[in-house]
Design a protein around this ligand. Structure first.
Ligand code: GDP
Ligand code: IMO
Ligand code: MG
Length: 429
């Protein structure tokens, strides 16, 4: 089992970036397969902090990085991120970064539509990142997308633009907006084309060759299972499948490529944006978790909502995503708490229920059932071995493993790259 697929086990921001960066030292390629620049993955290496939205986290170590066809790509965001990273001393060259030539593009009209819809939705707002992710995926599925390969044939875009603009003009008219400025769109695409094309390749071919050569591939998921468009807290989700199975379709590799599925799971729960959150804490403890965990969105700067660990939710996530083992992150944030609560299931209108029901109204109505454990007074921050963990923290980890029916492979104890405990090497299966 040479490959590893990293996915978020909750509502995103579990610490995927840190873990992918750590694992990248053992990988030959790091590959993004879904989402777009709605992701915000943070890496801390010594004094430097890197924030990646579109680029695979392997780029910082210089590991060959691939943006797969399942990603929706904003070419201007790509350019800005590449320039920021170069400013931080990271080499981003076509030898180190490959962009699938079949990636659909996020265009300014997608960003417009995302914002127009959110602003018009009143209480029905999803709280998106307003980056045009949903509208771009809609156009992909609707067969209206402009793709990376189209940038090499801008003279032949006529019929495609007719279809795309006809659709968007109708939507824009409904919002009282002027039609798409087609000339400007064509000019903008013309200006950015060469930058993107320098990285464009048939990524599926590179990846299949790497697989045949026995290279280790690390797939980097974005968002989390509870934001998955099928399995998440619909409609308060993102517009892609975030489960591990997407690693195959989103790259052009077969279903056997995923290997060890590593679910990244935070030792408590956070969510940014709207939607149900059974264990949310609006009290001083929620405040404390937010401050200690520095829970502010990497992408939008929004304050993340915080709450206790929800084992019922994570058990469900692990099952639907086919997780092999987890990386438990941010354990240090719980240091010094007298008591720690874990949600083990719910009550829905008085009746016990062991999973999150499908309907949004039921999801909003479930009441968590908690068990309480004693906390630990010692610090776990910076621990790099199991032996450095207080007995009570180990008890907490073991209880989580039991409740979510999934073993721990890694534990993370600070934002810093090396503050990581290896329990079982995912690359060894
Ligand atoms: P991602 O979207 O899953 O990559 O996660 P983000 O980068 O958006 O958010 C995770 C935040 O927690 C970042 O600021 C990380 O630097 C930080 N972080 C990751 N692991 C740990 C940890 O074990 N302890 C602490 N205190 N912070 C962590
Ligand atoms: P990473 O990869 C946390 C959330 C948004 C919103 C919903 C839909 O850093 O974990 P979208 O812009 O995707 O249409 O927004 O999904 N969301 C995330 N929340 N982490 C992320 O990515 C997210 N990407 C999207 O806040 O609720
Ligand atoms: Mg994030």
């Amino acid at each position: 089992m040479a490959n590893v697929t990293v996915i978020g086990g909750q509502w995103g921001d579990e610490g995927k970036g840190k873990i992918v960066d750590w694992l990248a030292s053992r990988a030959d390629l790091v590959v993004r397969f879904q989402g777009g620049h709605n992701a915000g993955h943070t890496l801390v290496v010594g004094e430097q902090t890197y924030k990646l939205s579109l680029l695979p986290s392997g780029i910082v170590r210089g590991t060959l990085s691939v943006i797969g066809n399942g990603v929706v790509l904003d070419p201007w965001a790509l350019k800005a991120e590449v320039e920021t990273l170069r400013g931080q001393g990271v080499e981003v060259t076509p030898e180190r970064l490959i962009v699938a030539d079949t990636c659909p593009l996020i265009l300014p009209i997608h960003r417009d539509l995302d914002a127009l819809r959110e602003d018009a939705s009143g209480k029905g707002k999803i709280g998106t990142t307003r980056r045009g992710i949903g509208p771009a995926y809609e156009d992909k599925v609707g067969r209206r997308a402009i793709r990376v390969c189209d940038l090499a044939h801008l003279g032949h875009l006529g019929a495609q633009l007719d279809r795309l603009c006809a659709h968007h003009d109708a939507l824009r008219a409904g919002f009282g907006e002027p039609p798409v400025d087609r000339a400007r769109l064509e000019r903008d695409l013309g200006e950015i084309a060469d930058f993107v094309l320098a990285f464009a390749r048939p990524a599926w071919a590179v990846l299949n060759q790497a697989r045949r050569d026995g290279r280790r591939i690390l797939f980097e998921g974005a968002q989390g299972v509870l934001l998955d468009v099928d399995h998440g807290t619909y409609p308060f989700v993102t517009s892609s499948n975030t489960v591990a199975g997407t690693a195959a379709a989103g790259t052009g590799l077969g279903p056997g490529a995923a290997g060890f599925v590593l679910g990244i799971v935070k030792a408590y729960t956070t969510r940014v944006g709207a939607g149900p959150f059974p264990t949310e804490l609006s009290d001083a403890i929620g405040q404390l978790l937010g401050e200690r965990g520095r829970e502010f969105g990497t992408v939008t700067g929004r304050k993340r909502r915080c709450g206790w660990f929800d084992a019922a939710l994570v058990r469900q996530s692990m099952a639907v995503a086919g997780v092999t083992g987890i990386a438990l992150t941010k354990l240090d944030v719980l240091d010094g708490l007298e008591e720690i609560r874990i949600c083990t299931g719910y009550r829905l209108r008085g009746a016990p229920i062991d999973h999150l029901p499908a309907h949004a109204a039921d999801q909003a109505a479930v009441e968590p059932v908690y068990e309480t454990m004693a906390g630990w007074s010692e610090s776990t921050a910076g621990a790099r071995s199991w032996a450095q963990l207080p007995a009570q923290a180990i008890k907490y980890i073991r209880r989580i493993e039991e409740l979510i029916a999934c073993p721990v492979a890694l534990v993370s104890t600070s934002p810093e790259r090396e503050d990581t405990i290896l329990v079982r090497d995912p690359f060894s299966g």
